[in-house]
Design a protein around this ligand. Sequence first.
Ligand SMILES: [Zn+2]
Length: 300
Amino acid sequence: MAEKIVALKVDVDTYAGTRDGVPNLLADLARFEVKATFFFSMGPDNSGKAVRRIFTRPGFLKKMLRTKAPAAYGIKTMLYGTLLPAPMIAASFPELLRKTEQAGHEVGIHCWDHVKWHDFLPEFPKKLTAMELGKADSLFEDIFGHRAVTTAAPGWTVSPDSLEVQDEMGLSYCSDSRGTHPFYPVMGGRRFRTLQLPTTLPTADEILGENCITPDNIHQFYASNLKEGVNVLTIHAELEGNAIRPSFVRLLERFRGDGVRCITLGETLPVLANAPSCELIMGEIAGRAGKVAIQGNSLQ
Ligand SMILES: [Zn+2]
């Protein structure tokens, strides 16, 4: 039987998630001798502004209540960028970011402003898309002393322009999408040269509260839904690193017990054979309000 492998992708969305969730994850991952790929939000935490999605995205409020998001994210985070000023995330914790890399984890860019990108990317002129990634790229280099080799879009939100800017950044790969296997994206009739490593499993916030999945048994869902070969699991510093931290520790225990090997996204690259080109479309998936980038049919 072929081995089951999990590439762990950690999205760090908020100031509190960086401050509290990242150190927790570093401790838990070290305990199990597991390495992951951390994608950091580099700029301001404008989480409070996400509240407007209640009015613009059907299903957003229901999802917030189902996943108990206010409790998971904390009241202060829910006010950043509105009643409270937006704190700068990466600039507040440069040592912690460097410590993450020094611990052997792979590091990359999630975004400059998570909420702005997630909610407005399709309306951005290309210049603004390039500016958002450019600001993140330059602060990343200041903090780590080298450029980022990978990015992962907030909320799996992409546009042909964002893919083009990523091509221009000369990255090794990106992880902006949901799908089944690595591919080169084709979007809006344009072909891009940066490999996509899509997230293959649903995220905790998409499945908690559905089909009797709870923080107590979510590890069983993941353990029984792994396929042979490489699976990509996205976790969040705010959830697995904090609000449902015991669930993630149980998952790591289960993986160890089942002989599942956990690796970084970058470590999956050397084993990749020729990746196909696939359509990339913005569409809906279960458990998530709004659209995400989804891997479509293979193209020649
Ligand atoms: Zn995110």
